[in-house]
Design a protein around this ligand. Structure first.
Ligand SMILES: [Ca+2]
Ligand SMILES: [Ca+2]
Length: 252
């Protein structure tokens, strides 16, 4: 006798969630994520993601074993609380001198198509020379795709030796940007790569980069988060999501 009221109550409770998180527009996949509960979006699930890292709590979250490499004297702090971009903590990656710290995800099942999302902020987004931001690697640790931040704050995406550079609003100093990347392995010089940029969690309709001349042919098994030579601050990462499909609008 009590089944109907309970079901009705559940529907009422779910409606705001559906409203807040349902994707609009023509995005290929709605992926919500994940790992912490945030205002306006009650999703706390990482289900369906190869990597779902929000850096909450001590160390890395979601039971993921990331590794950290600091060649000389930089800083990698997965418990950083400097104006966190989502939740209470984020990853701080700060090189010093000519240092290039890198955080490496656990290996995941290789895929010839990979979508990823992350929040990114750099104290100095116009480095003296272009530097790695994010890279995707194959089973042999070879780079198959990577993002550079250029000296003018624009982003260049490499797919093997094929590449394209954004021409829209550059990344601004100390300002968070959401980045969505997409990789499809090619068979020669036909690999597909895309980049979307937004100041908020809503994935834009149009790509900042839409390339189809990539030369990488391998499956992706690892994502790495880099810092460029930045003695005055560092780069920050949060809400790192990796999927076998293109990722759409994410939770705030
Ligand atoms: Ca976080
Ligand atoms: Ca943490």
């Amino acid at each position: 006798m009590r089944t109907k009221p309970v079901a009705f109550l559940a529907l009422i409770l779910l409606l705001p969630w559906l409203s807040a998180c349902t994707e609009s527009g023509a995005m290929p996949v709605t992926m919500l994520g994940g790992g912490v509960t945030a205002a306006g979006c009650a999703d706390s699930s990482c289900t369906g993601f190869l990597i779902c890292q929000n850096f909450e709590g001590t160390g890395y979250d979601n039971s993921e074993s990331w590794s950290e490499y600091i060649p000389v004297d930089g800083v990698l702090d997965e418990d950083d609380t400097t104006t966190p971009m989502r939740g209470s903590q984020q990853l701080k990656n700060a090189g010093a001198s000519s240092d290039y710290p890198v955080a490496t995800s656990p290996s995941f099942t290789g895929s010839s198509t990979i979508g990823f999302h992350l929040r990114y902020r750099a104290t100095d987004s116009t480095p003296a020379s272009a530097r790695y931001m994010v890279s995707l690697h194959d089973s042999g640790d070879a780079v198959v795709m990577h993002l550079d931040i250029r000296t003018n704050g624009e982003i260049r995406v490499y797919h093997g030796t094929g590449y394209a550079t954004t021409t829209d609003t550059p990344v601004a100093d100390g300002t968070m940007v959401h980045l969505w990347g997409y990789y499809v392995a090619g068979s020669g010089a036909d690999g597909v790569y895309k980049l979307y940029k937004s100041a908020n969690s809503t994935k834009p309709e149009s790509e900042s980069i839409d390339g189809s001349n990539g030369t990488s042919t391998a499956d992706v098994e690892v994502i790495k988060l880099w810092e460029y030579n930045n003695e005055t601050g560092g780069a920050y990462f949060d809400q790192v999501l990796v999927s076998t499909a293109e990722i759409g609008t994410v939770c705030d």
